[in-house]
Design a protein around this ligand. Structure first.
Ligand SMILES: C[S@@+](CC[C@H](N)C(=O)[O-])C[C@H]1O[C@@H](n2cnc3c(N)ncnc32)[C@H](O)[C@@H]1O
Length: 238
């Protein structure tokens, strides 16, 4: 992977909300799916909470949820803090080695550290973590924060492709995706007229479904076949 330092959503943080609420993601359907799978549980951990767009919706729909969020990007967390004020506990932490000293009933990654990708032909695990060992450790850390039977939920996205989009504040967004052997690099460009106002590069690692299931099993998870899982992959701590 090139340009690893950039994987912290530094430049992107300021325009992230404008981009993802301009039709890039659908937080309303994400909310519906997540509420179904969280069910009656209240102790919830948001992994890679970002600017807290889903967290805010969850807390509005279910104010009794005790939400904790982690993210390793101080820039994204700053937006999350403004959005949620005191309604959630937020920690700057890397999923690879976090330790909150607390146990949750449900943990989710909504295009956070991990998500699944549906290409039309296969399902793949997409990760912000380059090394397999980091992914294994991250999954172990998540398992360590869940009660037995606790759910670990990952969302599903389509394949990342080259695209352009006019985002809500009149800024033109363009993404360019370079696929390589172990994953892909995504270039995010934001232009106002001819002027480039922001550029960020992020690297993503891809694992096959078999590799993903193997890592998750080793970390102490099994698929939760009883869970309502439209648009989601749900695992439970054994
Ligand atoms: C695409 S954003 C998703 C944000 C949010 N979940 C949402 O639905 O809008 C991915 C987030 O995961 C965070 N992230 C990536 N790798 C991480 C890691 N190793 N530890 C903690 N957070 C991480 C990034 O900083 C970023 O805020």
């Amino acid at each position: 992977m090139k340009n690893k330092k950039s994987n912290k959503y530094k430049e992107l943080a300021g325009l992230y909300d404008d981009l993802v609420t301009s039709g890039y993601y659908n937080y309303e359907s994400m909310l519906e799916a997540m509420l179904r799978v969280i069910g009656p549980h209240t102790k919830v951990l948001d992994l890679g909470i970002g600017t807290a767009l889903l967290a805010e919706r969850l807390l509005t729909a279910r104010p009794e949820i005790l939400l904790t969020g982690i993210d390793f990007s101080p820039d994204m967390l700053q937006h999350a803090r403004q959005r949620l004020s005191n309604c959630a506990r937020l920690y700057e932490a890397n999923v690879v080695d976090f330790d909150l000293g607390e146990i949750f009933e449900c943990a989710f990654s909504n295009s956070g550290i991990w998500n699944f990708i549906e290409t039309g032909e296969e399902l793949l695990l997409c990760s912000h973590l380059d090394k397999r060992t980091d992914n294994e450790q991250g999954f172990e850390r998540v398992a360590a924060h869940l009660c037995p039977g606790g759910r670990f939920v990952l969302n599903v996205q389509g394949e990342h492709r080259n695209m352009e989009l006019e985002i809500s504040n009149g800024v033109q967004y363009q993404q360019v995706v370079y696929h390589h052997q172990d994953g892909f690099t995504k270039e995010y460009y934001f232009k106002r007229g001819d002027e480039l106002s922001l550029h960020q590069t992020l690297d993503f690692r891809i694992f096959s479904l078999e590799e993903a299931d193997e890592m998750l099993y080793q970390a102490g998870f099994e698929r939760d076949l009883t869970a309502p899982s439209v648009g989601l992959h749900v695992f439970r701590k054994r």
